[in-house]
Design a protein around this ligand. Structure first.
Ligand code: NOJ
Length: 484
């Protein structure tokens, strides 16, 4: 608002930017202001996101096999509130009601995940037709209500049999089994589901699941083991892309849903912006970079040294199979970047202890991540279609005396992030849609039910859903196609 009535040059002069060598074109508020009046592009797709294990419950229903998360959650000491997702929100039975919640928002898209162990209880071999039936019912219900289904194939619930048989993602057999599962899903669902995501957040599943042991399967591998898992996961992505192309109907589209390591220029100078791009490419070397370039960067291989993954040129070709879009989960800035005269060309500024966070201590609000992450991805790799596959925050979300959850912290967070997204789209960054995490409170992995991310509050005893104030915020945003 401080910009009102001034030209950019006038403001830059007052602000003393030119003296500091800071270019004004990225002056945020002015752009945000202009964008705010024009809103998001026509046809921008608004949706919500969830994942199977976090909401479905019914873990023994219709022949579903066990997943690594069933065992992990039932292992003492893994989940902070000692809970599990055996019943979760009971979406398996309440999906019709949940589709009505989406409809009430005016959302036109829904990102959900398919539980691999429902479809192949043993990970491979004979499929369980009843398992896929649930997704047939869900997809039909969505379409009947004017909501486009976007399906994620893997949101971390690996069939336990694959972990036990050959060590899950530590083995190249898992990417192969994943491709068979992807082919099966493509054959049965691609008549109605046009958009598929391969793997959700490769980097979290690699690090929290296999380095720190905080997520299933709870491993703490050596650096060499970890690098191999990372490679196998990327290979799984590539094989699944190929399987969807080979077995999906014409018009099937596919891409990853990645939580790219987000690198934000600490101050928007030309030098810092360039440094943040270099950092983005380097810090995502094992994920988006190899998927989009078909090679590991020299710096990545040098750093890995003898611990580098074993791979062939054919692997790299598979990993970089052409995709139709990039999905990005954007929550928090991972690094503020400052250009530096060192070998890497950048410094990652340490976070001061005073940096704020939302209810989850890892979730530092840095709305500008929502501008920079898609912009870097579009510029670095000439990506033409991007979806924000997740964004949102947890909150304490306690009902007030009148029974309403006034989650103004979530509204503040969303308003700021969406303003930055509006800035990106108004500058031509090709973001086609946005999926808010999450439709309703759910099982937040090792945080159990202590972190509530939903627009709708869930009473986990009765499974009753109640709209929080943020439902009104999101409904209004969707209706206006602009940040409210
Ligand atoms: C990303 C994950 O994909 C999702 O499962 C999780 O609940 C959210 N982040 C919030 O942590």
């Amino acid at each position: 608002m401080a910009f009102k009535g001034l030209t950019r040059r006038q403001f830059a002069a007052i602000a003393g930017w030119s003296a500091l060598g800071i270019s004004a074109p990225l002056a945020g508020s002015r752009r945000a202001e202009a964008a705010a009046s024009s809103g998001f592009p026509g046809g921008f797709l608004w949706g919500t996101a969830t994942s199977a294990y976090q909401i479905e419950g019914a873990v023994h229903k219709d022949g579903r096999g066990a997943s690594i998360w069933d065992r992990f959650a039932h292992t003492p000491g893994t989940i902070s509130d000692r809970s599990n997702a055996d019943t979760a929100t009971d979406h398996f039975h309440l999906y019709r009601e949940d589709v009505q919640l989406m409809k009430a928002l005016g959302a036109k898209a829904y990102r959900f995940s398919i539980a691999w162990p429902r479809v192949f209880p043993e990970g491979g071999g004979s499929p369980n037709p009843k398992g896929l039936d649930f997704y047939h019912r869900l997809v039909d219900e969505l379409l009947a209500n004017g909501i486009q289904p976007f399906a994620t194939l893997y949101h971390w619930d690996l069939p336990l049999a694959l972990q036990d048989r050959f060590g899950g993602w530590t083995s190249r057999d898992t990417p192969k089994a994943f491709a068979d599962y992807a082919a099966h899903v493509a054959r049965h669902l691609s008549d109605r589901v046009k958009h598929f995501f391969t793997i959700n957040e490769c980097s979290r599943l690699v690090h929290l699941g296999h380095q720190y042991g905080a997520d299933a399967p709870g491993l703490k591998l050596s650096q060499a083991g970890l690098n191999q898992v990372r490679h196998n996961v990327a290979l799984g992505h590539g094989l699944a892309v190929q399987a969807l192309r080979a077995h999906g109907r014409a018009g099937t589209m596919v891409g990853p849903a990645e939580n790219a390591v987000s690198c934000i220029p600490a101050i928007e100078t030309t030098e810092n912006i360039r440094a943040a791009e270099v950092a983005t490419r380097e810090l995502n070397a094992g994920y988006l970079t190899v998927m989009l370039e078909g090679k590991y960067t020299d710096a990545f291989l040098t750093r890995a040294g003898n611990d580098a993954p074993k791979f062939t040129q054919e692997d790299l070709r598979i990993i970089s199979s052409p995709i139709d879009f990039v999905g990005l989960n954007v929550y928090t800035p991972d690094h503020y970047v400052v250009a530096a005269d060192n070998e890497r060309g950048f410094t990652l500024a340490p976070f001061p202890a005073s940096f704020p966070h939302m209810k989850a201590s890892w979730l530092r609000p840095g709305p500008e991540a929502m501008y920079w992450v898609p912009r870097h991805v579009a510029r670095l790799w000439n990506v033409k279609s991007i979806y924000i596959t997740e964004n949102g925050t947890s909150g304490s979300d306690q009902p007030a005396a009148d029974g309403t959850v006034y989650d103004v912290d979530r509204i503040m967070y969303l308003r700021n992030y969406l303003t930055q997204l509006q800035r990106a789209t108004s500058e031509g960054v090709p973001v086609l849609g946005y999926f808010l995490w999450s439709l309703m409170d759910n099982f937040e992995w090792s945080d159990g039910y202590e972190q509530r991310f939903g627009l709708y509050r869930v009473d986990f005893e009765t499974k009753r859903r109640t709209p929080k104030l943020s439902v009104s915020f999101y409904r209004e945003t969707i209706a206006r196609n602009a940040v409210v």
